[in-house]
Write a protein that binds this ligand. Structure first.
Ligand code: AMP
Ligand code: MG
Length: 323
């Protein structure tokens, strides 16, 4: 990204299973960075599936037994996740955790699970079994073995929360980067739009297929990133199609959404990655969202609204616009 100014303060820190960066341009205060970082780690302690005692950890442990009390914020995020499950006809699933745990693609020596285990586990993924009760602020998974994983939506939600803190502190120019989930706050210090690179799928960080100019917008990508293993020439990655129980193979390598809400963009990119380009484009249209798609045939497609905004990097690639 280009910033147009040398004066900035920044904070880089590990959280959410990734490295996060917050960059404030102009005359920022370290207290703003402290507050932002604290918000990220606090939300991680509530939402992480791995963190002992988190709302999601307790919910999963109590599956099939009893409802658990969760924060109003967690409840709202669970509700939003369920809603994206509905909008995407089940391509996005809040209750995906039994499958992501079975595949566990990032563990050393990861293998393809037995077909039978995949079939059995798939049956546990059912968002209708996630009961939310606002009056008592409780959540409940009906069946033992069921579990929730908010990995497809939480980073976006948290990025929106960090933006609120940055805005509240009067910052006019900042970049929030939660492991590639970007929110560009305001404009560059020189008043121009931010230029955000869209990462080349399955490539090293810092390699881009192109870029888009944004101000007060989010840029979120889902796809084959560093979380995958290879077996017999097949790439088994971290986004699972709840309908097949296998890593999604919709012909896409990545989907990038540019929009206002990072939470919405986060959930939508995951859903569209599972749905593929045609059904995904329909869903995006219904949500008035714009995207850049990279296919496994190394083609790039953009939605109508991105045609004039996306700038391709490599000349050898073709942009197939206007879907
Ligand atoms: P993202 O990078 O936002 O697409 O999120 C991918 C993460 O979301 C994975 O690492 C899982 O934690 C979770 N996930 C995988 N498949 C799904 C799915 N079909 N629906 C919802 N979340 C998913
Ligand atoms: Mg996502």
């Amino acid at each position: 990204m280009t910033n147009g100014s040398d004066e900035y303060i920044s904070r880089e820190f590990p959280a959410l299973g990734t490295i996060n960066g917050i960059y404030i341009y102009g005359s920022g205060r370290a207290e703003t960075l402290d507050e932002a970082q604290q918000r990220v780690t606090f939300l991680e302690s509530r939402l992480s599936v791995f963190r002992e005692g988190s709302d999601i950890w307790r919910l999963n442990r109590a599956a099939g037994k009893k409802p658990v009390e969760v924060s109003g914020e967690t409840l709202a995020l669970l509700k939003a996740a369920k809603e994206y499950g509905r909008l995407s006809s089940g391509a996005f699933a809040a209750t995906i955790r039994p499958l992501t745990a079975l595949w566990n693609v990032t563990r050393p020596g990861a293998e393809v699970p037995d077909a039978e285990a995949i079939d059995d586990t798939k049956e546990l993924v059912r968002d209708d079994d996630l009961m939310l009760d606002e009056a008592s602020s409780t959540a409940f998974l009906k069946r033992p073995g069921q579990s929730v994983d908010l990995g497809g939506i939480a980073k976006g939600y948290i990025a929106d929360e960090v933006k609120k803190i940055i805005d509240k502190n009067g910052v006019r120019s900042a970049i929030i980067d939660l492991g590639g989930n970007i929110v560009a706050v305001g404009t560059r210090p020189d008043g121009g739009p931010w230029q955000i690179g869209i990462q080349t799928p399955a490539d090293v960080r810092g390699s881009y297929i192109g870029s888009v100019c944004v101000s007060d917008e989010t840029v979120v990508t889902s796809g084959v990133n560093e979380r995958f293993f290879m077996k017999d020439g097949v790439c088994y990655h971290h986004i699972i199609d709840p309908r097949s129980g296998y890593p999604a193979s919709s012909g896409l390598l990545s989907v990038t959404i540019v929009g206002r809400s990072s939470m919405d963009a986060d959930a939508l990119t995951t859903a569209v990655f599972v749905l593929g380009i045609e059904k995904g484009a329909e869903l995006l249209k219904s949500q008035h969202a714009d995207a850049v798609f990279a296919t496994n045939e190394h083609k790039i497609f953009v939605t109508e609204g991105m045609k004039d905004r996306f700038v391709i990097k490599a000349e050898k690639q073709n942009v197939n616009g206007g879907i």
